[in-house]
Structure formats: structure tokens, C-alpha cells
Design a protein around this ligand. Structure first.
Ligand code: HEM
Length: 169
């Protein structure tokens, strides 16, 4: 068996094939991490190149008012806000929600009431150690207004979690 293999490997065509297979396998096992001249758009080329790092991903998480609050962007980090239980990553809107932003009050907070009532006053916010704002007193047009903002945010920002009561996780 070994002899037959050695003999066959001896033929030029088989040697060439064998080297080609070795080369192909090493390209799969050790893909090149240097940036290609052009980003591969084809499936065929895609397999012979791997980016150095995975593109950033956003993990869907469950937040409470207390765990959401640190994401206010005051430290230059991520900015999150919630509307009707949906948590949006609004870091890209730092000009709006950053410490000097017009809507900075909403950063790290449940912004539902403010969005519904079209007000960024501090009274729109529920203290973070209190139960979630149930919004039961809102008028239909205010709820509609809030829904409109949810649409706007869904089109512009990434949904990265949901907001639940303190102590629910
Ligand atoms: C003084 C009156 C106001 C002025 C002059 C004003 C102005 C603006 C401007 C210029 C934008 C940017 C629009 C864009 O580029 O897409 C904006 C967006 C926005 N405004 Fe106002 N606004 C006012 C009042 C309010 C109030 C009372 C609220 C309370 C909810 C509010 C909430 C927002 C929000 C949530 C956005 C979207 C930001 C985003 O896309 O991330 N605005 N406003």
C-alpha cells in the first residue's frame, strides 16, 4: 500500500495534485489575515481571507433602570435610552444625547414619557429606584406621538435590549 502510494506520488501529475491539495488545505487552516487589495465580494474569494477581528456586534440584553443608567455617555462611552421598554443604542447620536446634548436628560433613562409628551424636562423621568412608568395616564395622541418616536429610533438606531423592573433579573 505504502509502496503503491509512493509510486503514484512519483508521477508528475500526482505530485502536482498533491502539492496543490497541501496548499489549499493550508489556506483553509491558516487563512491570510493581511488585508486584501480589494475586499472580496465573491464566495470563492471570501474563503481565502479572514478579517483580523470580528466586526463589532451588539448583544441584546435585559436592562433595569439601575443597569441602564450608567450608559449615559458621561464617561465618553455608549449611550442607551429606552422608550416603552425598548432599549436603543443611540451612541451615534452623541450630539443629541451626550452630556452637552439638547436631549442629554434621556441618556441612560426611560424616555417614554418625555417622548410621548414632547418634553425633555427632568420631571418626565422616573427616578431610577422607582417602578417603571406605566404611562396609564397618557392620552391617545401622546401614545401615538411616542410610537412615532419609536419608529424614528427603530429606523435610525440599533435595538440592543429591553427594559424591565429593578430586581426582575
Ligand atoms: C426648542 C424646540 C426644539 C427644537 C428647535 C428642536 C430641534 C431639533 C433638531 C434640529 C433635531 C434634529 C433633526 C435631525 O437632524 O434629524 C431634533 C431632533 C430631535 N428632537 Fe428636537 N427640537 C425641539 C424640541 C424637542 C422636544 C421638546 C423634544 C422632546 C421629546 C425633542 C426631541 C427630539 C428627538 C428625540 C430628536 C431626534 C434625535 C435623534 O434622531 O436621535 N425635541 N430636534
Amino acid at each position: 500500500m505504502t509502496m503503491a502510494f509512493t509510486l503514484q506520488l512519483g508521477t508528475p501529475v500526482n505530485t502536482a495534485l498533491f502539492l496543490f491539495i497541501l496548499y489549499s488545505v493550508q489556506r483553509i487552516v491558516f487563512p491570510s489575515i493581511s488585508k486584501p487589495k480589494s475586499i472580496p465580494r465573491e464566495f470563492k474569494a471570501g474563503y481565502s481571507w479572514m478579517p483580523k477581528t470580528h466586526p463589532p456586534t451588539v448583544l441584546f440584553k435585559t436592562f433595569t433602570p439601575k443597569t441602564l443608567e450608567p450608559f449615559s455617555g458621561k464617561d465618553g462611552g455608549r449611550i442607551l435610552l429606552a422608550i416603552n421598554g425598548i432599549v436603543f443604542d443611540v451612541t451615534a447620536g452623541r450630539n443629541f444625547y451626550g452630556p452637552n446634548g439638547m436631549y442629554g436628560n434621556f441618556a441612560g433613562r426611560d424616555a417614554s414619557r418625555g417622548m410621548a409628551k414632547q418634553s425633555f424636562d427632568i420631571e418626565m423621568l422616573t427616578p431610577i429606584d422607582q417602578p417603571l412608568d406605566k404611562l396609564t395616564d397618557l392620552q391617545a395622541d401622546e401614545i401615538d406621538n411616542m410610537r412615532g418616536w419609536i419608529d424614528h429610533f427603530s429606523n435610525k438606531y440599533i435595538i440592543c435590549g429591553k427594559l424591565v423592573e429593578n430586581g426582575a433579573i
